[in-house]
Design a binder for this molecule. Structure first.
Ligand SMILES: *[C@@H]1O[C@H](CO)[C@@H](O)[C@H](O)[C@H]1NC(C)=O
Length: 320
């Protein structure tokens, strides 16, 4: 009788340990590995050294070029060359006259796939049929960039997205050919966690939605935004786009107290965090979904919470 009680406690303890590990640090091992492989592919150089003597051992030396950029300042500023090599811009090339219109952002997440918002496929301008990677400043070739346009092969919209309702605003776009990774074109990692414990994020974009004054919107911009957590429950009213208001399971609530930062980047573009140990790498934590007024500081915007959709994304990027 006496000995049964501690035994039960031990079992209960084991269950609690498993639950807490699952809830707090559960990282998808495939995603962790893929992220490390991506980083090594471009930023690590292994060279052979050997003494010029017969039988001397070969020594391998790894040079890690993965460096960090200047810390983000509040207020927004132009991105540096190669700082966000996963940044994609999505648009339409008119079949008749070849005219290009750019209206959404996206994030390169594999050799063939770009993550964006589902509502980008409902643009009045036309279908998303072209993706530009490796760009920094549009309409100039004197910037340190390697822009390249990719044709869209096809895309998948999340099955629970029902336009014009903006829940599950997530889509994977497949490119017609493989992206060769280099310092200008390189994927962001998928999230290791849901973003709930991150206090700030980096948003980037070419200013489709006026992230900074219009005169500068040809250059990729970066801005630091903050996790407003559940604030969106009170700031987001139910409407046709969001009949149930803010959904904390599937959406991130992110904003800034600064006047000009309250505009987010391009729809479909990322909110990012730095990789914990690789300073040159990022995780795409959110997708710019529901824009907010550009005049109201402290009015956070809603972003698709990428972590909630990992299984679906993994399934989509396994298709080339
Ligand atoms: C939030 O979204 C999830 C997933 O679609 C859903 O199961 C849940 O009921 C939603 N919560 C609210 C409060 O609408």
């Amino acid at each position: 009788m006496r000995s049964a009680y501690p035994g039960m406690l031990a079992v209960l303890g084991a269950v609690l340990v498993i639950l807490s590990v699952d809830g707090v640090t559960a990282q998808d091992p495939d995603i962790v590995k893929t992220c490390t492989d991506y980083k090594k592919k471009v930023w690590e150089e292994t060279s052979e050294f050997s003494f010029l003597m017969e039988g001397a051992p070969i020594i391998y030396k790894t040079l890690d070029k993965c460096k960090s950029y200047a810390p983000l300042i509040i207020g927004g500023s132009p991105a540096l060359p190669k700082e966000f090599p996963h940044a994609a811009r999505l648009g339409n090339r008119n079949d008749d006259d070849g005219e290009l219109s750019w209206f959404c952002g996206g994030t390169l997440i594999s050799t063939h796939h770009v993550l964006t918002a589902a509502h980008c496929h409902f643009s009045p301008i036309g279908s998303v049929n072209i993706v530009r990677l490796g760009e920094l400043e549009f309409d100039t070739s004197s910037d340190d960039a390697e822009p390249e346009d990719f044709t869209v092969k096809d895309h998948t919209i999340h099955p629970d997205f029902h336009y014009p309702v903006l829940y599950n605003d997530i889509s994977v776009v497949r490119l017609d050919r493989k992206v060769s990774f280099n310092e200008y074109k390189h994927p962001a990692c998928l999230p290791f966690a849901d973003g709930g414990s991150d206090s700030s994020f980096i948003a980037i974009g070419w200013g489709q939605l006026e992230i900074v004054p219009r005169t500068e919107n040809k250059k990729l911009q970066k801005v630091k935004l903050f996790n407003y957590r559940t604030r969106c429950s009170t700031t987001t009213e139910s409407n046709d786009e969001l009949p149930e208001g803010y959904n904390r399971t599937t959406q991130l609530c992110v904003g800034s107290s600064q006047h000009k930062d309250t505009c987010n980047g391009d729809s479909g573009g990322p909110v990012l965090i730095y990789h914990h140990s690789f300073p040159c790498m990022y995780h795409v934590m959110g997708i710019t979904s529901v824009s907010t007024s550009c005049d109201t500081p402290d009015l956070p915007g809603l972003y698709t919470r990428v972590h909630f959709y990992l299984d679906w994304i993994k399934q989509e990027i396994s298709k080339i």
